[in-house]
Design a protein around this ligand. Structure first.
Ligand code: 5GP
Ligand code: MG
Ligand code: MG
Length: 179
């Protein structure tokens, strides 16, 4: 179902990125990744929970040999990002010498991804890049090269297509922004 607005807890959200637009941007980023990683057997590391839908749609569009695995980071609350250090949970794969692509839902201040990159770089991968569904360039507080953003958005709080508001809204097939 597509709705012009949705209410989650105390907040109203309005439609922002419809499913067809999301899937089109996912196809484009998947084509770039397939081109750049052909023959390299990359390891895609999807960050749960938020990136699950993006990871799923992205993987289906890749035309190369690759692995996918899932990690969790210690979570963040409510509508604000925090600068606290987030620990990687569930990483079983050997990273050393691998071409790693982090699959994220959204890069906001960049604290989370900067921390994750630092932790992964310590494990001596052959390379690490970031594929993110959404990038908020105006919020970014770190010198980061986010090589594979599917879409860039303004500094609004969004939900849907994996992204939550206090645990809710992840199942929405479109992306909504807070009104
Ligand atoms: P950062 O550390 O880059 O500031 O924030 C990254 C994390 O904050 C994301 O992985 C996501 O969990 C959360 N986040 C940042 N902006 C939004 C947003 O607009 N909507 C939702 N649902 N989560 C967000
Ligand atoms: Mg995330
Ligand atoms: Mg969240």
């Amino acid at each position: 179902m597509h709705h012009p607005t949705v209410k989650i807890l105390d907040k109203q959200f309005s439609i922002y990125l419809p499913e067809r637009k999301i899937l089109h941007s996912v196809e484009i980023v998947a084509a770039r990744l397939s081109h750049d990683y052909r023959g390299k057997k990359p390891l895609f590391l999807s960050v749960l929970n938020g990136a699950f839908m993006f990871a799923s749609d992205l993987m289906k569009e890749l035309t190369i040999e690759c692995e996918i695995s899932f990690v969790k980071l210690s979570s963040y609350e409510d509508m604000q990002s925090t600068g606290t250090v987030k620990e990687i949970i569930g990483l079983k794969e050997e990273i050393k010498g691998r071409h790693v692509v982090i699959v994220e839902d959204i890069v906001d201040t960049g604290h989370t991804i900067a921390n994750l990159l630092k932790q992964l770089q310590g494990k001596e991968p052959a390379s690490v890049e970031v594929a993110t569904l959404l990038l908020k360039p105006e919020s970014l507080q770190h010198e980061l090269n986010i090589k594979y953003p599917a879409m860039s958005i303004a500094n609004d709080f969004v939900v849907g297509y994996g992204l939550d508001y206090n645990g809710l809204g992840r199942n929405l097939r479109d992306i909504y922004k807070v009104m």
